[in-house]
Design a protein around this ligand. Structure first.
Ligand code: SAH
Length: 350
């Protein structure tokens, strides 16, 4: 495999910098992961060495477009992978008290959830660890210009993180060990890949697990989340219980509310039952469905969202309604479909 900058370990850097004292490697490492500098900006080393590093270890992401919405609080980066040209996206969200980066883990996605723009577009290839880490570094560099530090990472961009678990795990270690983001501020979101959940449970850090549930009975979930046919709800819940036992971190369920499909009293009751069957009870994140070109059904209206959330709360389940960020720049949940014709975006927004 060709070495890229953010795939490189300290040992790789040391090889490229052969002949230099060991502390030089640390200077570069700190420039990359503490200061979020480009190699060319790391002036603790000589210009010749910067040149040598930049040539031997190129970066992986070429910026195609940066789109801004919510008065600058949501920034979507559209990149092209230097290797192979596939488009991927990263979203940076500034909140009053924190900055969150939503990263992609695959170019495209093979899970084919009908309501998700990435699922509609299909799968290109896995991302490498460096391609995942570089998204965070470049977003952090952007945040730094506003004197803000990235505090949370959510693996909720394009792709299914647990279908690329080894690369995702290595990225988590880099973010935790080198950038210094604590495990409780790292969240892996999965469609419900049971072997991936089980592997994650064996990993040393207690990262948060979010499960994209969307339906609490198999016939409906088979429709919305096709992988449910392979990993049905009962088995998925067993894997969640085992993850909880080992990690002792509350699990959250994501629920995209789709009008007339999964927003009825029956759905809320079934979901509450599932959530309450975990100890501690799962937290529910309600996401009113965001529009995508390939899915005709709409999101539940505001009153319906409130009713659904209240019904869960009445049954003792904590539920948060996630605010839609960046809908106008197609940066909202499930809207990441880089490369989709611009005309579709324009038409949806008029
Ligand atoms: N593959 C992972 C991460 C993907 S996206 C997973 O499935 O969890 C993160 C969340 O956005 C998932 O819960 C996903 O189901 C949800 N999502 C996808 N499309 C959406 C849409 N159009 N509106 C709202 N949420 C959506």
């Amino acid at each position: 495999m060709t070495a890229t900058l953010y795939d490189a370990t300290r040992a790789t850097l040391a090889e490229v910098m052969a002949g230099e004292p060991a502390y030089r490697v640390e200077q570069v490492w700190s420039g990359l992961y503490k200061q979020f500098q480009e190699v060319g900006q790391i002036t603790t080393i000589s210009a010749a060495l910067r040149e040598k590093l930049a040539t031997a270890l190129p970066t992986s992401l070429a910026l195609v477009r940066e789109s801004v919405s919510d008065k600058g609080d949501t920034v979507k980066f559209l990149w092209r992978l230097v290797d192979g040209n596939h488009p991927i996206e990263t979203v940076l969200m500034h909140y009053a008290d924190r900055v969150t980066v939503c990263v992609s883990t695959q170019a495209g996605c093979a899970m084919a959830c009908g309501f998700c723009a990435t699922g509609q577009a299909g799968f290109n290839r896995q991302l490498t660890t460096g391609e995942i880490v570089e998204q965070v570094v470049r977003a952090a560099r952007h945040a730094k210009q506003r004197q803000q530090r990235v505090a949370n990472i959510v693996f909720m961009g394009m792709g299914e993180p647990l279908a690329n678990e080894p690369a995702v795990w290595a990225a988590i270690e880099r973010l935790h060990d080198d950038i210094g983001i604590s495990a409780r501020h790292l969240t892996v979101s999965t469609v419900g890949i049971i072997p991936g959940i089980r592997t994650l449970a064996t990993r040393p850090l207690p990262v948060n697990l979010a499960v994209s549930m969307h339906a609490a009975r198999d016939d409906l979930r088979d429709d919305l989340v096709p992988i449910n046919k392979r990993y049905p709800i009962k088995d998925l819940m067993d894997a969640c219980r085992d993850y909880l036992r080992v990690k002792n971190r509350r699990i959250s369920f994501e629920w995209a509310l789709i009008a007339g499909v999964n927003d009825t009293a029956r759905d809320a009751n079934e979901l509450a039952k599932l959530a309450l069957s975990l100890k501690p009870t799962a937290h529910v994140n309600i996401i009113p469905l965001n529009p995508t070109p390939g899915f005709p059904t709409r999101g539940t209206d505001a009153a319906g969202v409130r009713r659904f959330a209240d019904r869960l709360r009445d049954r003792g389940v904590n539920a948060t309604v996630r605010r839609n960020r960046g809908t106008d720049i197609d940066a909202a949940c499930g809207q990441l479909a880089a490369g989709q014709p611009v005309v579709l975006t324009a038409r949806r927004n008029v």
